[in-house]
Structures are given as C-alpha cells and as structure tokens.
Design a binder for this molecule. Sequence first.
Ligand SMILES: Cc1cc2nc3c(=O)[nH]c(=O)nc-3n(C[C@H](O)[C@H](O)[C@H](O)COP(=O)(O)OP(=O)(O)OC[C@H]3O[C@@H](n4cnc5c(N)ncnc54)[C@H](O)[C@@H]3O)c2cc1C
Length: 313
Amino acid sequence: MKILVYIDLQDGVPTALSRELVAGARRLAGQGGSIELALIGGDADAARKLGASRVFTSTPSPYDPVAHGAYLQGIVADNGFDLIVFGCTTSGLDLAPVLAFLNDLPLLSYCTAVRISGGTVEADSQIYGGKLVSTAEASMPAVLLVNAGAFSEDNGNQAGNAEIIQLPDRPQSSVRLVSANRPDPNAVDITKASRLLCVGRGIGEQDAIEEAREVADLMGGEIVGSRPIIDAGWLPKERQVGKSGRKVKPQLYLALGVSGAPEHIEGMGGAGTIVAINTDASAPIFDHAHFGAAVDVADFLPAFKEALARKAG
Ligand SMILES: Cc1cc2nc3c(=O)[nH]c(=O)nc-3n(C[C@H](O)[C@H](O)[C@H](O)COP(=O)(O)OP(=O)(O)OC[C@H]3O[C@@H](n4cnc5c(N)ncnc54)[C@H](O)[C@@H]3O)c2cc1C
C-alpha cells in the first residue's frame, strides 16, 4: 500500500490536520506500507519529522491552485499511489476533485472514517452539510478528502529520515496571489477557554450582544456565536463555533437562542456541560444539552447577569 498525503501549510509548517492525516495514513498503510508527502512550497525539514519515506517539495512559495495542481499531477503520474489523501480544507477542496478527474479516479469526500479491505477503500462521509452520514466504497487507486478529527494525531510526529525529492521549477500559473488576510494574532483563541457563552439568532438584535458579553465576562469566559451571528457581523469570525468555525471543548457551554443545527453541534458537541436556553422546547439543542430551560433570552440574560453580579460582589 502506497499513500500520498498532501500537506497543508501555515507559515511554511504542516498544519495540525496534516499531521493527523499522516498518522491516519500510516495506520491505513499498515506494516510494510509506505507514506509519501507532497509538501509544496514549504520547509522540507519540517516534513522530515512526520515520518514519511519520501517528501516531494519545491522552492518556498505561496499557495496557488494551478501550480500546486500541476505539481501534484506530475507526482502522481510519475509515481502511482493506491490512495491520495487531502484534508477537507480550502486547498484540499481545490485540488482533490481536479486530480481525481484528470486521472479518472474515484473521490470520497468529507470522510469521517476510512477503512481498507483488500483493494477497496470504504469511507463514512458527511452529506447534506453534516445532516446525514453515508458509507461508500471505491476501488483503489482513489482520492480521499478527509475531515479534521477523522484521524487522531497520536503517532503523527515520528523521527524520520525521509528522502527529499526536489520538484522542478514552478509550473506556469494563471493565478497570482494578490493579498492574504491573516487572522489577527491578538485575537482570542476560543478553543482554549474553559467557559463559553454562545449567542444564536434567538438573541434577536445586535444591541443584546453587549449584555451577553458582560455576562460572559462575569462567568469568567468568552462570548462566541453561531454562524448567522458571525455572518451578520455582530461578532468576529474567530468567535464562530461549528463546522465552518472553530471546534471547541470547554467545561461549560451556555447556548442562548441556538437551535442546535448539526453544523453547530459539530463544533461544540464534546463540551463538558451544555446548558441551553431556547423558547422552543423541541429545539434540537435540547437533545445535546445537560441542562436547559424553555425561556426567552431577553428574560434570562438580565436575570442571570444580576445573579452573577450578586455572587461576584
Ligand atoms: C456547510 C455549512 C456550514 C455551516 N457551518 C456552521 C457553523 O460553523 N456554525 C454554525 O453555527 N452554523 C453553521 N451552519 C449553519 C447551520 O446550519 C444553522 O443554520 C445555524 O447553526 C443556525 O444558527 P442559530 O441556531 O443561531 O439560528 P436558528 O437556527 O435560526 O435558531 C435560532 C433559535 O433561537 C430560538 N429563539 C428564537 N427567539 C428566541 C428567544 N427570544 N429566546 C430564546 N430562544 C429563541 C429559536 O427557537 C431557534 O431554535 C453551516 C451550514 C452549512 C450548510
């Protein structure tokens, strides 16, 4: 079994998801299998530590879907792999379908679990934005787009002595990077907070955010939001919880006016204690909450704030 893993980079260094993919690929390849990495435009030394047998690398350069696609096509055409594994990231979603199409290979996307049996790969995939899980099998060679968290990172960091293969000059590209918007380095890291107060659309109006923020402060936690709150610009993107936001695991998660859509639960379902406040007693969030009350956020927030303030002082 020979597996190629495409390595996503942040500041030239493999991301946590890439390390997960390498660890998962190693388990899939089993004894005697080989893992090779496509680390394009990054620091090959960083990839050595991932414990692959070979690393294909190029001179450092920013991500470019056309150039990276051409590099990958060259690597695949010259070497042949049983599986080609991408993370379900912006670049993975750019590259994997094109590679599958060009080489007439099956593509399994949004994988949350992957199994190998003989010459077949089987994967559980999220479909309809995570509302359903489908299981599909494909004959190998095949291309996989794997979700974060599907594989654990466990043994992803291994001392390795990978052979470094320098790719030829950068292929011609019709794409030019104009600018990159980086996350604010001073932005709060909500994944580290032990208490989170999440506001959902049920908060009603932007003015209520300030009171929710005060309550989050009194709780000794951080305010976060569901996607509609972020899309409305009421909170910054780095405070979004869910499928297209951050995955959090605080000790306490207080959800105010959040319905509990699967894409939201994906980001916080593992929280220690989930408390939900929602006027609709049949809202799905109550299926995940440890405690809850079917009350109006507008009544709950001032009363809770007063109780916390009394306790504090
Ligand atoms: C590919 C994809 C990715 C996505 N990624 C994310 C993501 O990362 N994060 C995310 O959150 N969503 C995400 N979504 C959107 C998701 O499907 C839901 O639309 C979203 O989570 C709903 O947010 P909400 O619960 O705040 O709003 P709603 O679903 O509108 O729910 C509002 C809730 O508030 C309650 N309510 C109303 N008024 C009050 C009141 N006065 N007091 C108390 N309760 C009240 C209502 O009963 C309702 O349950 C994604 C969707 C897709 C397709």
